[in-house]
Ligand binder design. Sequence first.
Ligand code: PLP
Length: 390
Amino acid sequence: MQPSTRITTLLDGGSDGWEVFLKARALIAAGTSVTELTIGEHDIRTAAPILQEMHRTALAGHTGYAAVPGTDALRDRVAERVTERTGVPTRRENVVITPGGQAALFAAHTAALDPGDTGLYVDPYYATYPGTLRGAGGVPKAVQAHARHAFQPRAADLQAAAPGARSLLINSPNNPTGVVYSRATLDAIAQVCKAHDLWLISDEVYDTQVWEGDHISPRALPGMAERTLVVGSMSKSHAMTGSRCGWIVGPEEVVGHLINLATHTTYGVPGFIQDAADFALGLGDPFEREIAAPFRRRRGLAKEVLAGQNTVGLVPAQGAMYLMLDIRATGMSGEEFANALLDTHRIAVMPGESFGAAAAGHIRVAMTIADAAFVAALRTLCQFAESRAA
Ligand code: PLP
């Protein structure tokens, strides 16, 4: 039996960019010690009080089918938080709870695109983006954000790509670049969306990890609330990656359709997970700052290490749990560098090419190991780059 074209072409015959990561994991499985700076997962686990709340509410009986759109309490909590942080009046009816940000990305594109419609996304991009667009029936089309523009997408490039497209997917703070989109970039994005009648899908899962500048949600820009679907998640902000809890915030009418989609796909998110998420959001800013603190600190440490050399360039590290390093001075591609670093020093980083052509000649470093080991790995990485450049 032949599976569907939609599923067999999800990766478009290409790789999913995880080869170096898998190679590192295979070495580890074979007993070799590897310093992993690859995936976007905290080096702490979900906090005990959140797990205790999960346990309490599960024991209290919240283990049956939960309300498909999300519990009233969690939808209200998300709506309040969004209203407070963006100034855009947001109600329960604007929110649907999803099993994580990834499911929200898929649902948002299903809502925005008809089969065969073009959906734009910005390259460098989070690895699942093109596959998510294809899975939702769309045709992904990349708009490059260039290293020479500090990876901020340019109005002219967006305008050139927009005719005939139906949606644009952006991510700020950005994975993999660590860049936070400026007000000017977001104004240009809003302009293009309005001029070409595009849905804007704004992936804001790193909105609590901002080290420089401000996170601006484009839903708050004039005329954008009616055409913006914001993707949010508990994964990064609350160290709840395994809980699979996120949301979409958007216009009431489309949220109604998204609830129908949830009824026919996920049938909601477990009630005890939603209760724990509601509790976690109730911990407010101080807790979110505590979860973000190690990345802020390591970003400072990385700046000190990198200041002592000039072979490896640091892309402005403004947010998210990653550093994007420019290793073009070595004459190697990101893939060559990442493979050689793993082979020589047992340090695993992600090649920039895994996140799109625009990130070629770069590597992504996840700031997800203890400070001392992180600094030592960065020092070794810089020495390795210097030796290759020489
Ligand atoms: N969006 C971006 C940019 C990400 O980096 C990730 C995870 O790494 C996700 C979405 C998905 O996160 P989750 O499904 O855990 O909410």
